[in-house]
Write a protein that binds this ligand. Structure first.
Ligand SMILES: *Cc1c(COP(=O)(O)O)cnc(C)c1O
Length: 420
């Protein structure tokens, strides 16, 4: 399907007059509509809740919009917990799915009354050492082996550092019950950026069966199943798009086949989606600074991999639209690059695009999740601004761009003097 940006050249120019490129921009209407579609797809489950993976887009304005749509926060660090708290998410509106967890972080999650998702059986004593254990505790599962859907190997849980074995889970539950815990959650994240509607139903059926076995082995009450993240988006125009209604229906069928006959029909379904919630509703907006013609044709942008790392890190495809040239024929082939002193700083390699001129504005698609968030300061490049395009068409700066002063802020500025 053709990928269309959610803002026009005219709107981009209006924003750029106040906020220079590069910046990430988010589409409030799209975020809200998608969150509502997710909620509707799981409305058959009265306890359903999405805990947005804060790491995907750690901006309190975004977290607040999602909170208004009924979403909590999934956090993995002390700072992410502070972000959740700042938008009024505490208690069971927070899921703490961390690993290699420092004591400070665990203590904060405990003090906030968050659901704590233990990555390992050894964390039971770690948690107990901080005080009485919570009434409800979640455990992260690693089935080992490979994880396949049909004939396709999706991932290799046996090589993943996360979670614990089934035996370790049963042991952890028994020990936690002795320590006073009464309800349990089960969590697993077995494949990332899946674009099939079968991933969640397959994961759900494995976790539902596991829940039945653990309940039978320990007598514990399983209160929720956390399907975590992993629903992907169509980064490429020719890719299929997940249908959340079909996914929700697939999970419902497995629930009724596996849990209901076991009398386990009070189990709530939780999700920790990041990419699915935000990726399509963000663009990185950038201006063409330079063009060069050597062995290939190069387009140089004012954004670089420090603003969007996925192409450099994973070779990920991000679609590019030249604003105002949406319908022009793609009769040029360009490498579209940033200015880092790293040859992997390319947003696109040998991409068919319309003729590009210096000063053109480009929208790099699907940067709303794991975009700004993975930014860094290599080469002294500064983090960009973040802008919210509101439902009424107005816009708001929701994070200013960094300045050199921010970059130097962690040095002792009495010993060294930096220019502006
Ligand atoms: C990263 C992560 C998520 C979100 O993953 P997406 O692919 O963005 O949906 C959810 N839960 C945990 C524990 C994660 O590490």
């Amino acid at each position: 399907m053709k990928k269309t940006p959610f803002l026009t050249l005219e709107k981009a120019r209006e924003i750029i007059a106040q906020i220079p490129t590069p910046f990430h921009i988010y589409d409030e209407a799209g975020i809200r509509a998608n969150a509502r579609a997710l909620k509707a797809a799981f409305s058959w489950n009265p306890g359903f809740k999405e805990y947005f993976a804060v790491k995907a887009t750690p901006n309190p304005y975004i977290l607040k919009i999602l909170k208004e749509e009924g979403c909590g926060c999934d956090c993995a660090s002390y700072t992410e917990l502070l972000l959740a708290e700042a938008v009024g998410n505490t208690g069971h509106d927070v899921m703490f799915s961390s690993n290699v967890t420092p004591e400070l972080d665990m203590r904060k999650a405990r003090d906030m009354g968050a659901y704590i998702n233990l990555d390992d059986a050894t964390y039971v004593d770690f948690l107990a050492s901080l005080g009485p254990v919570p009434e409800t505790v979640c455990l992260r599962y690693n089935p080992g082996g490979s994880f396949s859907l049909g004939n396709t190997i999706m991932d290799m849980p046996r090589d993943a550092k996360y979670g614990m074995t089934e035996d370790q889970m049963a042991g952890a539950i028994n020990r936690l019950m002795k320590l006073g815990a009464r309800h349990f959650g089960i969590h697993a994240f077995l494949a990332s950026n899946t674009t099939t509607n079968e991933y969640y139903p397959e994961l759900a059926s494995r976790l539902f069966r596991l829940a039945v076995r653990l309940r039978n082995a320990t007598g514990a009450h399983i209160a929720f199943i956390n399907l975590s993240g992993g629903i992907g988006v169509d980064y490429r125009p020719e890719q299929p798009k997940c249908d959340i209604r079909v996914i929700g229906e697939g999970v419902r069928q497995r629930y009724e086949q596996i849990l209901t006959p076991q009398g386990m029909d009070d189990v709530a379904i939780f999700t920790e989606l990041g990419r699915f919630m935000l990726a399509p509703y963000g663009h990185l907006i950038s201006t063409v600074l330079h063009q060069k013609h050597i062995y290939r044709e190069y387009i140089g942008l004012d954004a670089c991999a420090a603003n969007l790392m996925r192409p450099a890190m994973y070779g990920a495809y991000h679609h590019i639209t030249v604003l105002g040239k949406e319908d022009a024929i793609l009769d040029h082939v360009y490498d579209v690059t940033g200015g880092l002193c790293e040859n992997n700083d390319k947003f696109a390699i040998e991409r068919s695009l319309p003729q590009i001129d210096i000063g053109d504005i480009v929208a790099i698609h699907d940067t709303g999740a794991h975009g700004f968030a993975m930014g860094y300061n290599y080469n002294g490049k500064l983090r960009s601004a973040e802008v919210l395009l509101k439902e009424d068409g107005s816009f708001q700066l929701i994070r200013r761009a960094e300045t050199p002063k921010d970059y130097f802020a962690t040095f002792d500025c009495t010993e060294f003097r930096f220019g502006e």
